[in-house]
Design a protein around this ligand. Sequence first.
Ligand code: GLA
Length: 385
Amino acid sequence: MNQAARAAEAFERLHGRSPAGVWSAPGRVNLIGEHTDYNDGFVLPFAIPHRTAVAASPRDDDTIKVSTLHDRGRAETADPVRISDLAPGTISGWPAYPSGVAWVLRQQGISAGADLVIAGDVPAGAGLSSSHSLECATALALLGLAGSTQSTSDIAKWIQQAENDFVGAPTGLLDQTASLNCTEAHVLFLDVRSGEAEQVPFDASRHGLEVLVIDTRASHSHTESGYGARRRGCEQAAEILGIPALRDVSLDELDGSLAKLPEELRPLVKHVVTENDRVLQTVALLKQDKYAEIGPLLSASHASLRDDYRVSCDELDVAAEAAEAAGALGARMIGGGFGGSAIALVRGDARAEVEAAVTEAFAKRSFTAPRMFTGVPSAGAGQDR
Ligand code: GLA
């Protein structure tokens, strides 16, 4: 049963009536372009088949009541809250995500009282944007109930506000834009500064390749991790350089710019500038059908995130190294880092070997066994019923 059907069924069980509608949104993999979004740069995500669905019906008492479906059908319901009582810091844990969306929509004048029932299969804490998929599905549900149609770029910005100000995670625009806008069989080439997005065909299997997603099951949290510190470092560097964002440093200007910066900020800038360039190179190669050649760019991205940006961790490094040693054409950590997932570009006939090698490398170090699946570019968010 898909997530929309699970959410609808649970809604009926909990509320004794059918929901007015069901909306769902996927998690994402970012092929390349990490920690570039809040620097006004380039990203290249695709949606994964895993989704979060929200079954919803309106309420007329300015209240949201949210339930979530756990394994084996057990539902957990958060205390109902009046939307006018919502304020940053008032809600913690998973209910903070749907509540933050209701809070931000209220600020836009969109009335959003609702009963919501959530079902999803995006692995939580795996760097695959489970929280953003929940926020996107919630936003579409509440907007749908209110009969309000908004551009996906507005919705993405509101979700960012909910994340930054309500949940307290200083994240950028990558995840929600991917979840809202990605399409099947494409990567989304997004210029975060201009908001311009291009769907670039991405069919690895036609080239005998697969994007193997490796969930290391090492946990991460953007509210507690060094994510905010990296972001502040980038903003500080841009200020010293007298530019709006690090996006404005070209590869040619990199050395000159680095010379103007205090030593501790240099590696951050080096990563962002070279990573933006790697996104552009990747897009160019994909358009020329040179899929295998993106492998070294993925690996260079990982090295830069590990050595310069310093957001990797042992599990991610071991996953990338073991995959490459077993024949992957390239591998990298994805998402914010400090845990979560990595991806490896592998030839279809080498996949089993790569999987076995990663599993063995984890066992050897007594890490929790990783989970792996093929990342197939899937549909973005929408209404299911
Ligand atoms: C997290 C954030 C995104 C982005 C990535 C790193 O996923 O939510 O906005 O910054 O980290 O690229």
